[in-house]
Design a protein around this ligand. Structure first.
Ligand code: HEC
Ligand code: HEC
Length: 305
């Protein structure tokens, strides 16, 4: 492969990922049914294996280089879901994560995949854990209309933040340095720290509704509990406004505005795409076509061709 082509390819790929990132920032994702499992397996093999591993156990070849470890799908435990704490996620929850990514981690928005490909890979992920055959997800929690923000609500939220015990993990200033912050582990045995609530962007999204959901469902597999039973909807909204009021700092941004391990994720995604193009495993499985098609679309978008 000559150097001019390589440079052009890298440029186009970066441009594509950048537009995916911009798209994420505006946050759109529609859900669609009608799904092909073989397509899901192919999409997984070409786009997810490097991190999540061949068997879905989170031990892909790049996993050891990452601080926030890729999810082990075989346990069927999902952090991000709109269903009650401890419940399986809905399809649209998994789709939302794949479409939006997990901010600050190597899990980037997978918007180079079509809606059909993303829906297919959701179904494929569900085959990796027996939990999806044995259990049904609970109902989506309802997110009531948010009250009008005002100083009164924020100060009620500040009081609750102390009374509800957030301080023990997240610390009095929200920096993730509370007395219980050290030595925490997640369900997969990896060390985990309470989120620094003063720093944007957050993993689960930036809308007030995203915080409300996190407080209501907890983050399964992590020490972050659900407050659905102990706090009323109004109280949860007050906390949301308090968190938003202290989340005043932006995480340092690197290349193309990427934060934290997002840059590493970008490099890993690019290597996987290259392997697919140059006759790596993607090609051998009859893949690669997907990448070529994306290239064309990206070219059209970016260069008006
Ligand atoms: C560059 C590495 C990387 C690649 C490639 C990658 N992921 Fe991830 N993924 C991660 C990491 C790291 C996390 C964990 C984030 C966290 O726990 O905060 C994650 C988390 C997830 C989650 C969240 C599960 C939950 O707990 O709610 C889903 C779903 C997911 N990935 C699906 C995919 C799919 C599907 C693909 C391929 C189309 C993919 N990922 C590609 C690194 C990657
Ligand atoms: C037992 C420790 C613990 C307690 C108590 C706790 N949290 Fe957490 N919280 C965590 C951990 C750990 C995470 C990080 C999870 C991750 O990164 O996957 C987290 C994450 C979060 C997030 C998600 C941030 C993101 O990036 O999306 C929010 C919001 C949050 N906590 C708010 C609260 C609030 C408000 C309270 C009190 C009502 C609270 N937490 C109580 C441990 C705790």
């Amino acid at each position: 492969m000559n150097r001019v082509f390589m440079t052009a390819f890298l440029f186009v790929l970066l441009a594509g990922l950048f537009s995916a990132y911009e798209f994420y920032q505006n946050g759109h994702a529609e859900v669609q049914a009608g799904v092909d499992l073989r397509l899901g397996e192919k999409v997984y093999g070409e786009n997810c294996v490097a991190c999540h591993g061949e068997k879905g156990n989170g031990r892909g070849t790049s996993a050891s280089t990452l601080k926030t470890k890729p999810r082990d799908f075989t346990t069927g435990i999902y952090k991000f879901h709109s269903t009650p704490s401890g419940s399986l996620p809905l399809d649209e929850d998994i789709l939302r994560t794949i479409s939006k990514g997990v901010r600050g981690t190597s899990m980037l928005a997978q918007l180079h995949l079509s809606q059909e490909e993303r829906s297919a890979v959701v179904q494929y992920l569900k085959t990796l854990s027996p939990r999806f055959r044995e259990q049904k997800p609970g109902p989506s929690i309802s997110i009531p209309l948010r009250p009008h923000e005002d100083k009164g609500l924020i100060s009620l939220g500040e009081t609750l933040y102390k009374d509800a015990g957030c301080v023990s993990c997240h610390g009095s200033g929200g920096k993730g340095d509370g007395p219980s912050a050290e030595g925490l582990k997640d369900s997969w045995g990896f060390p985990i720290r309470p989120a620094d609530l003063t720093l944007k962007p957050f993993k689960s999204g930036t809308d007030p509704e995203d915080f409300y959901r996190t407080l209501s469902t907890g983050l399964d597999g992590t020490p972050m509990p659900s407050y659905a039973d102990s706090l009323t909807p109004d109280e949860r909204w007050n906390l949301v406004y308090y968190i938003l009021s202290i989340a005043t700092h932006e995480r340092p941004r690197g290349m193309m505005g990427l934060v934290g391990e997002e840059t590493q994720g970008m490099m890993i995604d690019m290597r996987a795409a290259m392997a697919g193009m140059m006759g790596g495993r993607g090609m051998m499985r009859g893949g690669g076509g997907m990448m070529k098609r994306d290239m064309k679309e990206i070219m059209k978008d970016k260069m008006g061709r």
